[in-house]
Design a protein around this ligand. Structure first.
Ligand SMILES: NC(=O)c1ccc[n+]([C@@H]2O[C@H](COP(=O)([O-])OP(=O)(O)OC[C@H]3O[C@@H](n4cnc5c(N)ncnc54)[C@H](O)[C@@H]3O)[C@@H](O)[C@H]2O)c1
Length: 247
């Protein structure tokens, strides 16, 4: 008698081929670890990747580089089931302090890289009638917080890109969602608080949970959206913000 098949886990991510663009970042590394712990095989696409079973070094600042990197990652993984875009830059200043070069850089790295990397996996996901795409938005993509105009603009645009992509591919078995973290205890937040330590308490007072989020509190929601449990969830922005956007 053959052994009965092992029951699939709750998430069912075992053996899934996952690409994390930005997988060397603070959040990205935690995601790679989370996917690997769930049994997935992970490819990291980043400037200088150090983790993952497959590592593709690429500067995703232009369309050709995005296509090349994603082609290499999917070739080496033998396909793709899940794609997470966790690339991002931020630099907080008043609108008047940004140059045109700054603006172009934000658009290229935060927004265009999301478009071209996701565009590259869509034909594969459509052909296999299965796929999960998760983008990184932010509470800044919804609220008009001061001093990160270009960043906020790219995150708002990601929400809309995500909705259209979700609509176009809903009938193909491909879901497309975004997660939108609030203030998390990460390098991006830490750098800001190091420059403005007096703002820590004021920021915490704006969060109903009265604390910053922990890295693992981002990993769980992303794994859920990437899993078979989220098969009927598409076109959504999932806020991970301790209630910041409800007040
Ligand atoms: N940290 C937070 O509190 C927070 C809050 C809301 C949203 N986010 C979003 O989450 C995502 C990850 O943030 P993080 O805190 O891990 O940031 P991070 O700076 O630690 O990581 C960003 C990653 O993007 C990569 N990257 C940057 N430019 C690149 C380029 N040109 N080509 C290839 N890779 C490039 C970096 O090498 C890095 O690994 C970002 O999209 C960010 O906007 C973060």
């Amino acid at each position: 008698m053959p052994e009965p098949a092992a029951p699939e886990s709750y998430l069912g991510l075992e053996g899934q081929r996952v690409i994390v663009a930005g997988g060397s970042g603070t959040i990205g590394r935690a995601l790679v670890e989370g996917f690997e712990a769930a049994g997935a095989t992970v490819a990291v696409v980043d400037l200088d990747p150090q983790d993952g079973s497959v590592r593709v070094a690429a500067d995703l600042g232009d369309a050709d580089a995005c296509r090349r990197a994603m082609g290499e990652a999917t070739d080496q993984l033998g396909g793709v089931d899940v794609f997470v875009h966790a690339v991002g830059i931020n630099d907080r200043r008043p609108i008047e302090a940004y140059t045109s070069a700054d603006w172009e850089r934000f658009i290229a790295i935060n927004l265009s890289s999301a478009f071209f990397t996701a565009q590259a996996v869509l034909p594969l996901m459509r052909a296999q009638e299965h796929g999960r795409i998760v983008f990184f938005s932010s509470v800044a993509g919804r609220s008009g917080h001061k001093e990160h105009g270009p960043y906020a603009a790219t995150k708002g645009a990601i929400n809309q890109l995500m909705r259209v992509m979700a609509h176009e591919h809903a009938a193909d078995g491909v879901t497309v969602n975004a997660v939108a973290p609030g203030y998390m205890d990460t390098a991006l937040t830490q750098a800001y608080l190091d420059a403005h330590p007096e703002r820590r308490e004021a920021l915490i007072q704006l969060i109903p949970a009265r604390r910053f989020g922990q890295l693992q509190e981002v990993v769980g929601p992303v794994l859920f959206l990437a899993s078979r449990q989220a098969s009927f969830v598409t076109g959504q922005v999932l806020y991970i913000d301790g209630g910041r956007t409800v007040v």
